[in-house]
Every structure is written in C-alpha cells, then in structure tokens.
Ligand binder design. Sequence first.
Ligand code: PLP
Length: 374
Amino acid sequence: MGRPIRAEIDLDALRHNFGVAAGLAPHSQSMAVIKANAYGHGAVACASALAPLAPAFGIASIEEAVTLREAGIETPLLLLEGIFEPSELEWVDSLDLWQVVHSDWQIEALLAFTPRRALTVWLKLDSGMHRLGFSPQAFPERWQKLSRATDRVANLHLISHFASADQRDSALFDTQRAVIDTLSRALSAPICAANSPATLVKPASHGAWNRPGVMLYGVDPLQSPVTAVSLDALKPVMTLRSKLIAIQSVNGGETIGYGGRFRTPHATRIGVVAAGYGDGYDRHARDGTPVLVDGKRCRLAGRVSMDMLTVDLSEHPAARVGSDVTLWGHGLPVEEVAGHCDTIAYTLLTGVLPRVSRHYLQGSPGDTVAEREH
Ligand SMILES: Cc1ncc(COP(=O)(O)O)c(C=O)c1O
C-alpha cells in the first residue's frame, strides 16, 4: 500500500557484522557506533538488536540518548563529541551517559558540576586529525587534572580518531598511532581509537576498546575496489527497494527527464521508479548508475527527480509496471552506487529520509518478522 519505496533492514546481518568486528579484535571491547540514527538504519531497532552483544554504543547527542533510553536501552552510551553546553551535564548524570571531553570549557564545566555519582570520561587526544581534542603536549596535564577529581570522574580513558585508517600505507596513520601509544604508555591510559577500517586491517591499533561504525552496516570502508560483499565477511544491512510505476517507449534521439541529460541512442523502454532525492537517493547519480530491476542490472538514464528516477530497460525486456527495483543492498553494493555519485556509502545510508519506512527483518526468511519504524 502507498508509495512502494522502503528500506529493509536485516538485523541478523547487523548482528553478524558486529560479530565480525568483535572477532577481529578479541582483546578489545567493541563499542557499536549507532549515531545518526544508526547510519540511517534506525537507532532504536539497531540498538535493541545489538544490546545483547555490544558493551556500549557511540552516539552524537543528548537527543539521541533520550530516544534510546526512552526505548528502554540500558547499555552504556558514549557521547562522542561530549556535551555542547554545560547544562547538558544534568542529562549526562540523569541518563547515566559516558562523555568525551575534548575542550577546556568541558573540563571546567565538569569540575563545577556535582554528579550523583562519579562519571565515566573519555579524554580526547588530537593525535593528528586536528578535528577535536587536546594536543599531545597539553593532554597529560588535562589527564592529571581529571584523574585528581575522583569525586567527579570515576573512569578515565584515552580516545582518539584516525584520519586515514582506510589507506593502505599511510604515514599519517603511523604517526597518529605512535602518538597514541606513547601517551597511553606514559599515563597507563586505556585506548579507544580504532574505527571500522582500523578494526578491519590495522590490528596493532586495537585498544582496550574499539569503535566500529560503518562496517556494522555491511559497508567496506577501505579505499580499494573490493566491496564488503566481495570480501564475503560483511553482509549488507539495508536494502533500499521500490517498484516500476510506469514504462515509457521512447524513440531514438529523445531526451529523458530534467535538463535532457540522457539521450536515447535508439528506441528505448524507460522505466520510471518511485524513488528520488526526496527519499535520499543522491541527485548526483550519473547516467549508467546501476539499478536492479527484478534482480537484473539496468542503468540510470536521466537526472534523478524528487520522487522518481528513470532507468534504461534495454537489459531487461521483460520488465513491467510493478517490477521490483533494488537501489542498493542485496545484489547491489551501496559502495558501488556511491562511486557513481562521487560520494561514499556513509552519505547514502545516513541520507535516507524519514518518509522512507524502515522494515526490520530478522529470523529465517520463512518466519521473517517485519516491524515498521519511520
Ligand atoms: C568519533 C568517531 N568514532 C567512530 C566513528 C566510526 O567510524 P566508522 O564508521 O568509519 O567505523 C566515527 C564515524 O563518523 C566517529 O566520528
């Protein structure tokens, strides 16, 4: 019923991928990063699926924490950018949150606050990404300051972020790792630094904690032509599906869609799919971007509109109105689609808009349970 576009979320695949991340780092605790609505997959459903497995979740805001706590998620939640203003410490305290501390004003706010019980703090080291955190020179003094505040800070960790763990031979990565290791040794600080690419291929960077994100959703984050599916370790979690709602038979030499970008080389059947940039399908997708129609590879033809996109059905003469369309997911890696949009899989997944209903699948195909969350 209704517009046929939907995002199917395979929670078994999510759990499987978490198992891959945890298995690659048997001596680390794997914090599952579920910020940005679990990279577009639905934070509550993903947290519920992972709660029996994951020792903690990484999130981006108090708002995300409230949503999870209200849904009954009791797993520790780490605010990866910490608080955005001092008043948020009340929420940190009442929702029992963990927080990153990356700036002096956050330290001052913390030391001026009286929590119900001492808080868990992850002090951010800027090891070379130059986004958030204290420089290697400033870090030890801030560490000591928080270590002394035993009435306010119970557990202190060193957290840092890699800028280039996805590159095969990166001097920047090696430099960052050396900085992190040196400070960790000097301060006896437990490390949390490895994101997905580091979890996958840089075992020496695994710490007491790791922080995988995108790999949990089945995406290969490495800068290489192989995709997660071809690696055969990770399974795609989101499959974005829709249907053909019309077919046009167009003469050769005609143009299709806005701006007339695509011109038919000969008489061509053009399929119209109920999916557009108003759903989060990237308008930058080029002609030729793969789209599966009834499982057969077809090619995008013409600019993506708000609610529709058009495909060349030359490869699939049997396609008809109502044919199933896969925009990415099973059979069509999101990484591959992203490559045709000059972007990365992260942006496609997080960009699926709220009007696309999420359908949650788990169990064997015969007894698949589908819940809906918008
Ligand atoms: C601070 C932080 N930690 C961990 C992650 C997870 O990274 P990835 O999705 O590459 O595993 C991110 C991703 O944006 C992040 O910003």
